[in-house]
Design a protein around this ligand. Structure first.
Ligand SMILES: [Zn+2]
Length: 405
């Protein structure tokens, strides 16, 4: 069956980072043996930035890291990286802090924005790479995006001075916001915090137990988070917080409840991912007027992470039916959808929405489209091919795109 939908807005992506990465080697689609052969053949005289590393498919031993050419290998989830021994001196000259703290997982989880800035600096970003990356999303059904962690002021300037500015909403880490002048502050939708790790790096703040290694990683102690919210509540901007595990969601809700009661005000409050939110937390979020910004793409974590998550967590992931039917969240109003760039485009999200592992994760196509929303600054239509037998959705065509005047 085919159906036509509008060109959509991706409410959660990392546009400048992925644009910078576009000149990097991506091993996410390579078989482990092929990926390793490729890594071994990289140049010896400079640092190669390699993305798309799946640590569960290609574990890196210290022997391996001592024999490889200079590389930084960035986890598919963007949380976590390793550097080959020969790559360390390159990192020490360009991003000394990241180089010295690289083996401290807690530091790395607590410092995602500076690490993104390091990735962006190492890979390099310019207007051409930015435009090409955003245009590559058009045939995938995406016309505009929220850029969830603008890595540096230079990256903000590249984005905001380009013709693609109309198609981007910007979010920045609190430290970067504080460094920005009034004019730049006026360009951003709000500040973005990371509260916990990710399932991909076995560091999401779930109670557990994990199968195999795993540890709930928090960026902030409760009182530190509250202090940040008190301060940010006077900026007159929005707030967004990455919270995957139920413990991180709990920390976010408790801090927001206190800060708001004390008078902190935000243009909007979004919680990102909230994959393991429960019904009581959902009700509290609803009462606080919080927008849930979720990724139907990650419904497939319930299939991909049977090596680390118990059945109870596989089943609790992305409980869209509970959120919509029981608690009353409404896609497009207080529930937004995005991709996190894993992968880009609407096809994978639509596949996961219509054909999930668990019925509790199902979204109708109308709900999916409403949660993404129509693209801004550009318009067009996308034809989807829905294959009920293969349980898969693909994009079979897009109309010519019109730019907003
Ligand atoms: Zn993200």
């Amino acid at each position: 069956m085919t159906t036509t939908i509008p060109l959509l807005h991706d409410n959660h992506n990392h546009v400048s980072l992925y644009a910078a990465f576009s000149s990097c080697i991506d091993i996410s689609r390579s078989a482990p043996d092929a990926a390793l052969a490729l890594l071994r053949g990289l140049p010896e005289d400079r640092l190669s930035v390699v993305r798309g590393w799946k640590s569960f498919e290609l574990p890196m031993t210290s022997e391996e890291l001592s024999s490889l050419p200079p590389i930084i290998l960035i986890n598919f989830s963007l949380h976590g990286f390793v550097v080959s021994d020969s790559g360390v001196p390159f990192l020490e000259t360009t991003v000394p802090e990241v180089a010295s703290m690289r083996n401290d997982q807690a530091w790395c989880e607590a410092n995602v924005p500076p690490i993104f800035a390091a990735y962006c600096g190492l890979a390099g970003l310019d207007a051409k790479k930015l435009g090409e990356y955003i245009d590559r999303m058009l045939p995938l059904g995406i016309g505009s995006s929220d850029e969830m962690t603008v890595p540096t002021i230079q990256a903000l300037d590249v984005c905001s001075s380009s013709p693609y500015d109309k198609r981007l909403n910007y979010w920045v880490a609190p430290a970067l916001y504080e460094k920005m002048d009034i004019a730049r502050r006026g360009l951003v939708s709000g500040i973005k915090l990371f509260l916990d790790g990710a399932v991909g790096s076995r560091s999401a703040a779930i109670e557990g137990p994990w199968i195999g290694p795993g540890k709930a990683m928090f960026t902030y102690a409760d009182d530190v988070l509250l202090a940040i919210l008190r301060r940010a509540g006077a900026y007159g901007t929005g707030l967004s917080a990455h919270a995957i595990g139920e413990l991180a969601i709990e920390q976010a809700l408790s801090a927001i409840e206190v800060a708001v009661r004390e008078g902190a005000r935000f243009r909007t409050i979004r919680l990102e991912h909230v994959q393991y939110i429960d019904v009581n937390q959902a009700r509290r979020a609803k009462d606080l007027g919080i927008v849930l910004s979720m990724q139907p793409n990650f419904t497939s974590d319930s299939i991909d992470y049977t090596d680390r998550l118990t059945e109870s967590y596989l089943k609790r992931n992305n409980p869209f039916r509970m959120l919509i039917d029981e608690v009353g969240f409404e896609p497009g109003r207080d529930m937004l959808f995005g991709s996190d760039g894993m992968p880009d485009g609407i096809a994978y999200a639509a596949t996961q929405a219509l054909f999930p592992a668990y019925p509790s994760q199902r979204l109708s196509l109308d709900e999916l489209v409403a949660g993404y929303g129509t693209a801004k600054g550009v318009s067009g239509t996308v034809t989807l091919d829905i294959d009920d037998t293969e349980r898969r959705v693909s994009v079979s065509g897009t109309s010519p795109v019109r730019l907003a005047p």
